[in-house]
Design a protein around this ligand. Structure first.
Ligand code: PRP
Ligand code: MN
Ligand code: MG
Length: 181
């Protein structure tokens, strides 16, 4: 396999920073949902790393389910067209749902997803995202838990891909220009 190192331009969030921030968010989530049964909904594929690490930082027991939606295709731009590739197995009636995401970019994916999940009769639907790009927002979304705000650059790693690659990079980084050419 190819070495990933030469494709990385700049590290924006280190492994240590991610771990520490997720521990803080987990503590807040434990407190906010005390005594309630939470359903974590991970948005495939980007959210796998956040889901795995956040869930293991929680002290409360939770359920986990997954949805696959896609808005980017294989490029770097959000199209606004959200497709369900895999739906939840769980009935959301009366559930307290916490959507787990890697990044909010334009916000189009989550704004669609939140209303979709609310329409299924959930008791509450909140969002936890590791990253958010405030300058890229096309729609306003109420996000309860945010790890880090990042600049409006294309970022990869910790679940985030470019053309399906770089998801296994353990930190969040920008790519060297040669990757795109
Ligand atoms: C990415 C990312 C978020 C979404 C954010 O997923 O993981 O889910 O786009 O973009 P938005 O705020 O502009 O809608 P993508 O559609 O690339 O699928 P993936 O998670 O499988 O990579
Ligand atoms: Mn995604
Ligand atoms: Mg993607």
């Amino acid at each position: 396999a190819k070495d990933l190192g030469s494709d990385i331009e700049r590290i924006l969030v280190t492994e240590e920073e991610i771990k520490a921030r997720l521990a803080e968010l987990a503590e807040q989530i434990d407190a906010d949902y005390a005594g309630r049964d939470v359903l974590l909904v991970g948005v495939l594929k980007g959210a796998v790393m956040v889901m795995a690490d956040l869930a293991r930082s929680l002290r409360s027991h939770v359920e986990m389910d997954w949805m696959a939606v896609s808005s980017y295709g294989s490029g770097t731009k959000s199209s606004g067209v959200v497709r369900i590739l895999k739906d939840l197995d769980t009935d959301l009636t009366g559930r307290d749902v916490l959507i787990v995401e890697d990044i909010i970019d334009s916000g189009l994916t989550l704004s669609w997803l939140v209303s979709n999940l609310r329409s299924r009769g959930a008791n509450s639907v909140e969002i936890c995202t590791l990253l958010r790009k405030p300058e890229a927002a096309k729609v306003e979304i109420d996000v309860k838990y945010v790890g880090f705000d990042v600049p409006n650059e294309f970022v990869i790693g910790y679940g985030l891909d470019y053309a399906e690659k770089y998801r296994n990079v353990p930190f969040v980084a920008t790519l060297a220009p040669h990757v795109y050419s």
